[in-house]
Design a protein around this ligand. Structure first.
Ligand code: UD1
Ligand code: MG
Length: 451
């Protein structure tokens, strides 16, 4: 990708959000809007210049880990003034790409097209809207050459009838930009320094002024209120779901899959309705996800089935495993290949060896299970003494009878067995049966109590 300076405007108040949070920190697809813009911009420069104003310290804090040149615009005197506040670190020999922090879905490819048509003066990103009200209109002469941008509030009726609008995104000659900004005035309907006035200046200097009109208007429009935020969320969701389908994933109902992070899919993955994929999720070839599942920051390897109503968080599931229905796989769970975790089972910080099964109604936390272990229904690892967590270790081929309490720290050797209902509070050797069950006492002809 071509290197350009990146300058992002993010000082505006966002009054229509009616929020204490600065607008650019409002999330779309689980990430602040400015985060999306920074990610996209990073393709063109490692370091972005960001102009902040309202809630500046909150915004800077939110991106403390990123390499950003922050510029403060104390008072919001208009887009031209904002850009002026952000020019100090621009590399003069490179053109500058100006972006808005509240236009989160801008595609890299459209920015590249804009950079490609830039020819030493000014390249504007425009689009056509059925209802252009509120936007700056792109005024062209009969030859089609762009001559200026007129803001809604300064426009006459003929100008208002123009349906091609300025998105605000542009690539500009950095050296000329400084000169043009110095010449801006605020003599207009809003008393603001309009960045858009530099178009006329460039035309006047006979610099190349070109426009790239983006066909998909939805990706270049900004977020001003919570309705547009929800629309942007839907736009991004639909786009990501389409990408998955292009990669060979069957999505039972594209409207009912919610992708809130980045998802990588193999071939022939199937996803049923009402599934939420959060953060970084990897789904291997042939993975099947049933309805109502939520998967966060996890890897599900090939051939594995996640049945309905299961939750998987920060975990790794091997190949050909079967999870759910109603399983809850909590952070730090490592399920090897061919494992089975059935209904109403909760796991946490547990590693489960190949072919092991925890089929029903169990809690397995802070545990290490070998291969081919069978955990009976109702088994609990008693991992917490009220102060500390302790570990349960089960060797290969261990068989845990139903309703066993494994009082950690405890270790059971290979092929150890526990009897149903046992409370195991001491280690059990390999090939050994441990039972802590009271003997059955029978009372013949027992008379039941009567009222
Ligand atoms: C601007 C454009 C208009 C375009 C529209 C697209 C100008 C004069 N007008 O209008 O042609 O159609 O965007 O949405 O440029 N900002 C600052 N500091 C300021 C003012 C704005 O950082 O002093 C930032 C805002 O946070 C926002 C962006 O610049 O991200 C645009 O500002 P906004 O006030 O929304 O401009 P519009 O009047 O909508
Ligand atoms: Mg605006």
């Amino acid at each position: 990708m071509t290197e350009v300076n990146v300058l992002i405007l993010a000082a505006g108040k966002g009054s229509r959000m009616k929020s204490d949070l600065p607008k650019v920190l409002h999330p779309v697809a689980e990430k602040p809007m400015l985060g999306h813009v920074l990610d996209t911009a990073s393709a063109f420069n490692n370091v972005a210049n960001v102009v902040v104003g309202h809630g500046a310290s909150l915004v800077e804090e939110a991106f403390a880990d990123s390499e950003i040149n922050w510029h403060l615009q104390d008072q919001q005197l208009g887009t031209g003034h904002a850009v002026k506040c952000g020019t100090s670190e621009l590399e003069q020999s490179l053109p500058t790409l100006i972006l808005y922090g509240d236009v989160p879905c801008i595609p890299k490819e459209e920015l590249q097209s804009l950079i490609d048509i830039y020819d030493g003066g000014l390249a504007l990103m425009t689009t056509k809207l059925d209802n252009p009200t509120g936007y700056g209109r792109v005024i062209r002469e009969s030859s089609g050459q762009v001559v200026r941008i007129i803001e809604e509030k300064d426009a006459d009726d003929a100008e208002k009838a123009v349906d091609e609008i300025n998105t605000g995104i542009m690539v500009v000659n950095t050296h000329r930009l400084n000169e043009w900004l110095a010449a801006l005035s605020n003599n207009n309907a809003q008393g603001e320094y309009y960045l858009t006035d530099i178009v006329e200046m460039a035309v006047h200097e006979k610099r190349s002024v070109v426009a790239h009109c983006v066909a998909d208007a939805d990706c270049v429009t900004g977020v001003n209120d919570r309705i547009q935020q929800a629309e942007m969320e839907a736009y991004m969701r639909a786009k990501r779901v389409r990408e998955l389908m292009v990669q060979g994933c069957t999505v039972r109902d594209p409207m009912r899959l919610d992708i809130r992070g980045s998802v990588t899919v193999g071939r022939d993955v199937q996803i049923d309705v009402n599934v939420v994929l959060n953060g970084d999720v990897v789904l291997g070839d042939g993975v099947v996800i049933g309805p109502n599942c939520m998967i966060t920051d996890s890897v599900i390897s090939e051939g594995t089935t996640i049945e309905a109503n299961s939750i998987i968080d920060a975990s790794h599931v091997g190949k050909q495993a079967a999870i759910g229905p109603f399983a809850r796989i909590r952070p730090g769970t490592q399920l090897s290949d061919e494992t089975k975790v059935g209904n109403f089972v909760e796991t946490k910080n547990a590693s489960v060896g190949k072919g092991s099964k925890i089929n029903h109604l169990s809690y397995v936390g802070d545990a290490e299970l070998g291969e081919r272990v069978n955990v009976g229904a109702g088994t609990i690892t008693c991992n917490y003494d009220g102060a500390r967590k302790h570990k349960t270790t089960l060797g290969n081929d261990v068989f845990i009878g139903s309703n066993t309490s494994l009082v950690a720290p405890v270790t059971l050797g290979d092929k150890a067995t526990t009897g149903a209902g046992s409370t195991i509070s001491a280690d059990v050797d390999a090939d050994t049966l441990a039972v802590t069950r009271a003997k059955v006492r029978t009372v013949k002809d027992w008379p039941r109590p009567k009222k």
